[in-house]
Design a protein around this ligand. Structure first.
Ligand SMILES: [Fe+2]
Length: 185
């Protein structure tokens, strides 16, 4: 499963801290071990159930969010880092792990399409994501990003790193809510 995670997530190599890199890898391994989804499903299923006929896959969206988050963190560091420090490893690890709980939130229906599981209805992915990450020793600053990346986090005082991942995630999601934005084949 480690090889599958490395194939899905070349961006894990961006994490400088070897211990954090291992914790992030372990969290994804554990999620896939517990999931009804196979690694290859992630290159096929849509990234959200909230957009009808969503044309972008789970991995396309997740990797895009990590790339946006890193580029945003770099710009913020360059222009405002003097007053607003940004911890790059925390941003990257948080962005890679933000949706890891979806592996427990989703299941495959008889039609082969992803749908919300019973567990997912009780516990959305920010909650299951934090549970998986804590079991793998992921630091609280990264778990905070998982916990606060979606709408639940609007009730939380987000760290700078959590704001970056939250906005990267929504930047790569909200345009799909307007069907006029989507190019059809
Ligand atoms: Fe999410």
């Amino acid at each position: 499963m480690r090889e599958a995670v490395a194939r899905l997530w070349p961006e894990i190599e961006w994490i400088q801290d070897a211990k954090l890199r291992e914790q992030v890898t372990q969290t994804w391994v554990k999620a896939l071990d517990c999931s009804a989804l196979k690694p290859e499903d992630l290159n096929r299923i849509p990234f959200t159930l909230l957009v009808a006929n969503c044309p972008i896959t789970f991995m396309e969206h997740k990797r895009c969010v990590v790339h946006i988050a890193r580029a945003s963190a770099r710009a913020m560091q360059e222009f405002m880092g003097r007053a607003l420090p940004v911890h790059m490893d925390t941003v990257i690890a948080g962005a890679i792990l933000a949706d890891v709980g979806k592996l427990l939130e989703y299941e495959l229906g008889p039609d082969g399409k992803s749908r919300q599981s019973e567990r997912g209805e009780a516990l959305r992915h920010p909650f299951t994501g934090v549970a998986l990450a804590l079991e793998c020793g992921v630091p609280d600053a990264v778990c905070h990003i998982i916990a606060a990346h979606a709408a639940e986090g609007d009730l939380v005082k987000r760290t700078t790193e959590a704001y970056i991942v939250h906005h990267a995630d929504f930047m790569a999601y909200l345009p799909f809510k307007n069907p006029k934005n989507i190019k059809t084949a």
